[in-house]
Design a protein around this ligand. Structure first.
Ligand code: TXA
Ligand code: MG
Length: 326
C-alpha cells in the first residue's frame, strides 16, 4: 500500500490508479471510501474481496459533477433533479433506475444503482481526473466501524488496498443519507449526513425505513453493521444515570449536563463528551473517530447515550444502534 498526499501530483496518481483498475481509498466529506472504477468488473470484484463483503451488498457510485449521474442512472424519476440541484454535491445518495452499462456487481444484480456526488474537493478531483464513475463503499472491513481518518484505513485495510489518499479528517463523519427514489413513495433507507428534515422540504412526508416494522431492503439496514469489537450498550437520551456498567467501562455522553453526571457517578473509567454544546453536527463528526479510539483502548464495555431523534441525531442514533449489543 502506498500512502498519497493531496498534492496535484498525488491526486493524479490516485486517478491513474483507479483507471488502471486498482483500489484507492479516498477521503470524502462523510467517511473514507474504497474507490474503484465502476465500469470495471475486475476492479469491483476486488472491492468486495478487500472488504470481505458479501456480494449481495451493492455499492455507491460516485460522480464528480451532478450532471454526470445521468451516465449511470435514470435521473428523470420524480424528485431526482430537484434533490440533485439542491443537495449535490453533498451527503445524499439517491437510489435510481440503473443504466444498462453499470455492471451487476456494483448493484448486486438490482435494477437500481445508488449514486452520489460528494462535496469534497479531493474526492471530486480524483473522480474527475480518473474520467470514470467511482464505486466506493466505506473503506472498512465488512461490519466494522467506518473510517473517518486515513489512519483508520491504514489500520483496517492497509494490506488490501493499493493506495490511500490522506485528506485528513472527514468533516461530516457519518455516511450519506440513502434515499430510494425508485420506490413510490420514496423511502429513506439509511439516515445519514443530510438531515431527513431537509429532504422533507422537497418530498413532503418522505418516509424513513423503520427497522422495527420492516424487513431489511439494503444490507446497510442490517442491525449488526458498524460494530466496534468491544460490546457497546445504549441508554436513552439524557439517561446516563440508567447505565449499569461492569468492569472498566467508557461512556459517550452528549452535552455537559450528562457528562458531568457521568463523572460525578464515579462509575466510569472514561467519560467522553461528543459535544459539550449539544451540537448534533459536532457529535456526528466526532462519533466514529471516538468509537475507533475507545475500541482500541481496551475497555471491557462501551456505553453511549442516544441523541434526540431529529436532525443528525437520527443518523448518530442509527449508527449507535447498529454498533450496539442487542
Ligand atoms: O457516505 C457514504 O455513503 C460513503 C462514502 C464513501 O460515500 N459510502 C458508504 O458506502 O457508506 P457503503 O457501501 O458502506 O454503504 C452504501 C449503502 C449500503 O447500505 C447499501 O446497501 C446501500 O447503500 N445501497 C447501495 N446500492 C443500493 C441499491 N441499489 N438499493 C438500495 N440500497 C443500496
Ligand atoms: Mg459501509
Amino acid at each position: 500500500m502506498i500512502l498519497l498526499t493531496t498534492s496535484a501530483h498525488d491526486l493524479e496518481r490516485a486517478a491513474e490508479a483507479i483507471r488502471e483498475g486498482l483500489l484507492v481509498a479516498i477521503p470524502t466529506e462523510t467517511v473514507y471510501g474504497l474507490g474503484a472504477d465502476a465500469w470495471s468488473k475486475v476492479a469491483l470484484a476486488r472491492v468486495f474481496e478487500a472488504k470481505r463483503r458479501p456480494s449481495f451488498d451493492p455499492l455507491i457510485v460516485h460522480v464528480a459533477e451532478p450532471d454526470a449521474a445521468d451516465e449511470v442512472a435514470d435521473v428523470s424519476v420524480p424528485y431526482a433533479a430537484t434533490l440533485a440541484a439542491r443537495f449535490w454535491p453533498g451527503p445524499l445518495t439517491m437510489v435510481l433506475p440503473k443504466r444498462e452499462r453499470v455492471p451487476d456487481l456494483a448493484t448486486s444484480g438490482l435494477p437500481t444503482v445508488a449514486v452520489r456526488c460528494p462535496a469534497h474537493t479531493f474526492a471530486r478531483q480524483i473522480i474527475r481526473r480518473s474520467g470514470v464513475p467511482v464505486a466506493a463503499p466505506s473503506a472498512n472491513p465488512f461490519g466494522y466501524l467506518s473510517p473517518t481518518r486515513a489512519e483508520h484505513v491504514v489500520a483496517q485495510l492497509g494490506d488490501r488496498v493499493d493506495f490511500i489518499v490522506d485528506g485528513g479528517r472527514c468533516p461530516v463523519g457519518v455516511e450519506s443519507t440513502v434515499l430510494d427514489l425508485s420506490s413510490d413513495p420514496p423511502l429513506v433507507l439509511r439516515p445519514g449526513g443530510l438531515p431527513v428534515e431537509l429532504i422533507a422540504e422537497v418530498i413532503p412526508g418522505v418516509r424513513v425505513f423503520d427497522r422495527a416494522t420492516t424487513s431489511p431492503r439494503a444490507p446497510g439496514q442490517l442491525p449488526s453493521h458498524y460494530a466496534p469489537a468491544r460490546p457497546l450498550y445504549l441508554v436513552e437520551s439524557a439517561r446516563v444515570s440508567d447505565a449499569r456498567p461492569s468492569g472498566r467501562a467508557a461512556v459517550l455522553c452528549f452535552g455537559t449536563t450528562s457528562a458531568r453526571a457521568a463523572l460525578d457517578s464515579g462509575r466510569w473509567a472514561r467519560v467522553v463528551d461528543l459535544s459539550p454544546g449539544e451540537d448534533m453536527v459536532e457529535a456526528a463528526a466526532a462519533l466514529f473517530d471516538i468509537l475507533h479510539e475507545l475500541d482500541a483502548a481496551g475497555f471491557d464495555e462501551l456505553w453511549a447515550e442516544r441523541l434526540p431523534d431529529d436532525g443528525l441525531g437520527l443518523a448518530v442514533n442509527d449508527r449507535l444502534y447498529k454498533a450496539s449489543v442487542k
